[in-house]
Design a binder for this molecule. Structure first.
Ligand code: CIR
Length: 264
């Protein structure tokens, strides 16, 4: 059984953090409609969706992926790289403690979940403007005893590692190589790859849920490449979160659960 934790779109999402994009008007009603359709898509893929509320000043709260990284054995509550986002983690920790033991990342470590790509027991962590070496070291220290191998990867030109690469199969990665300047030997070389279409640099963010790939309608050429590989793709409109520099992985935390804890 899978649980998808999501979070509501803040009425103040227009004031979101932006790093690589120019600010554009975000239609909050449309963002909410799109988010509800995304949640419906997750339900259709077999998830139970639990949507958390967000306090009004949590402008980026919908991007719940950045606040935690969930493994079968443990959930790491991150210390997000943007100070404006640090208040988001407490509510997510409360929601996750029913399902996993928690580890809380501490200063000076910073990390955003968007920088963490898990492929089997390999944990590839983007070194980015949001995730620092202390954050990567802390993840390595916590995860190595569980048999995970943590590998740091330089990210340039985009916000997070998962803006540049996501897993669309057990050893199949969708990627924009231009944003991964120095791929270390090992991880990415051992995977099969699909490159984004050259006209669609932002197209590498796809969300794999079971046998399904949740993918934005905005990248038709790359979508065609995914379908040609025989992948089962369900498309969603994600134009409004894209203006806030978010993609489809950012808007949920997906975790396997055995059963649901009874309501308190
Ligand atoms: C931010 O800059 O933090 C948000 N505006 C976007 C975060 C997107 N999250 C993600 O890619 N995992």
């Amino acid at each position: 059984m899978r649980l998808a934790l999501t979070r509501e779109i803040s009425p103040a999402i227009a004031h979101c953090e932006l790093t690589h994009l120019e600010r554009e008007a975000i239609d909050v009603d449309r963002a909410r409609t799109q988010h509800a359709a995304y949640e419906a898509c997750l339900r259709d893929a077999g998830c139970r969706v639990e949507r958390l509320a967000a306090l009004p000043d949590m402008v980026d709260a919908v991007f719940i992926e950045d606040t935690a990284v969930v493994f079968d054995e443990i959930a790491i509550i991150t210390r997000p790289g943007a100070a404006s986002r640090r208040a988001e983690t407490a509510g997510v920790a409360d929601a996750l403690r029913k399902y996993r033991p928690l580890y809380q990342m501490e200063s000076p470590a910073t990390a955003d979940g968007g920088d963490v790509l898990v492929v089997g027991h390999q944990v590839l962590v983007g070194r980015s403007s949001r995730t620092n070496d202390a954050g990567i070291d802390e993840m390595r220290r916590v995860l190595t005893p569980f048999g995970y191998q943590v590998v740091a990867i330089e990210v340039r030109g985009c916000l997070h590692l998962k803006s540049a690469a996501t897993a669309v199969g057990d050893d199949l990665v969708l990627m924009n190589r231009a944003w991964l300047p120095s791929l270390p030997p090992g991880p990415f070389h051992s995977f099969d790859r699909i490159d984004v279409h050259p006209k669609e640099p932002w197209a590498a963010n796809a969300l794999r849920v079971g046998d399904r790939i949740v993918y934005p309608t905005s990248f038709p050429h790359t979508l065609e490449r995914l379908r040609r590989r025989g992948l089962h793709v369900a498309t969603v409109d994600a134009t409004e979160v894209a203006k806030a520099e978010g993609g489809v992985t950012c808007c949920s935390l997906i975790l396997g659960i055995r059963s649901f804890a009874p309501e308190p």
